[in-house]
Structures are given as C-alpha cells and as structure tokens.
Design a protein around this ligand. Sequence first.
Ligand code: ASP
Length: 280
Amino acid sequence: MKIIIHGGFFSESGTNQEVKLSKQESLKKIAQQGYDYLQTHSAAETVVYTVALLEDDPLFNAGTGSQIQSDGCIRLSASLMDGKTHKFSGVINVEEVKNPIYIAQMLQSAEDRVLSGKGAQQYARENGFEYYNPEIPQRRQEYETKLNNSIRLGTVGCVALDAEGNLAAATSTGGKGFEIPGRVSDSATAAGNYANGFAAVSCTGVGEDITSGGLATKIVTRVTDGMSLQQATEKTLTEMKPFDGFAGIIALTANGDVHYADTHPYMVWAAYDNGVKIFN
Ligand code: ASP
C-alpha cells in the first residue's frame, strides 16, 4: 500500500520559508493519517479522505484558505479519478461549500459527472452540502494588496494504491489567485488529475500549462504503453519546455513505483511507501 500527497508550490522568498516548513509539517501528518485510512479503505475512498483533510487545512490553497479571484469571490475546483472503475468526476468553480472533493465523490455515481458554477452549487445544496465560506482573513488581506498577482500556488492532491492493487487520484484547488471569473483550472480536468489500472497522477502548477501539456493523461498513457514512470514523467515534462511550462506531479504505478517531479523549485509533498515514510 502506498500514498503520496502534494501541497502545491511555494515561492522561495524568506517570508515563505516559514510557510514552507509549516506546510511540510502538516503534509507529514496528513500523509500518515491518509496511510492509516488506506489500511481499511480503497484507494478511491482514501484519496478523497486525504484531500478533504488538506482542504480543511488553511495553509493550502484548496477548500478553507483558498485564494480569491479578481472579483473578490472564491471558486473551488476538485476532481476524483477512480482507476478501478475508470470514472472521472468533478466540480469546477463551485462557490460556498466546504469540501468540493466530497461533491466530486458523490458525482461518481451520477450520470452527469462534471458540474460547474451555479449548477454544481445547486447539486451540492440538494445533496446536503451546506453553506460554507472558505475565506480566511489572510487571503482577504493578500487580495486587498493584490499579492495574488505573484505566484503563490498551493493546490492539493493525493494518489493512492490500495491493498487490492487499485489506484486513484484526487486533486483540489482554489485556482491560481486573482484570475478572471470563469477561468477553468486544470485540477478538475483529466490533464490535472488522472488514473487507470496502471498509473495515477495528480498535478499542480499553472493550470494553463498543465492543460496545454496534457500532463496527467500523457504520463498515465505512457506508463500504460510500457514506459517506466520516471521516463514517462521526464519525457512529458520535457515536452513542456518549449512553452516554459510550470508544473509538478505526484504519481504511483500499480507495480509500486512512487514518483514526484517538478519543472521549477519547489513542490511540497510527502509519501508513505509500505509503511516507510518519505518526505521532502
Ligand atoms: N493548478 C492550479 C490552477 O491553475 C493552481 C495550482 O496548482 O496551484 O488552477
């Protein structure tokens, strides 16, 4: 059994060192909680449980503590890909909910599996997701001073391999910060979050680059066709160089390879590999 999680990127300024350390501490704790949960749950259940813990931690840009868009609103996107059933589900730009990843989970059994905006919110309300304001004062302050114009990424993701050999991936984000309302993140697309019976990948970084690079699906496809996870990741990230793509990935294969990579420093991540902790 294996699990790997990420908490997005952090910028390298002095003030961010403290944030980086807190994020790493939090990731270690949540990776442990996720790994414990995986002992008695499927990969798909575990990635949802773990991403919800990350959404609830205000240090990360997902759920509570998400970044604010240019019109002052927070809009959340999250998706789940179950490698066993080969189903993708997600929500795009949903407002005033606590855990978008739980809505994505509920949509696994729906006929229409990716919902956006008001439709996603209405579906959530009808299914018991109550009003919740994910804003924290610090994000409002950053928004007021337009700090969001600088890169401050912190999307979250989780990939797991369960006892039965099934894979799943989940990703959740508040977006890139200060974006035009209506902008679509990669996190609830197959470019940002993908899994099948061979491999599972969750991405973070600049959504436009991740989508342009078809990142998660490409890596998973290459592994499915016989490439090693490391080679598949290297090749796919190299293909982003011509457009200076900014991205990071965490990944697992059914054979048990655990991998992470980023195009720019530094993505924060943590993993448990058959009980052995690996942290950056
Ligand atoms: N990928 C996310 C987005 O572009 C941002 C991030 O990963 O931090 O919406």
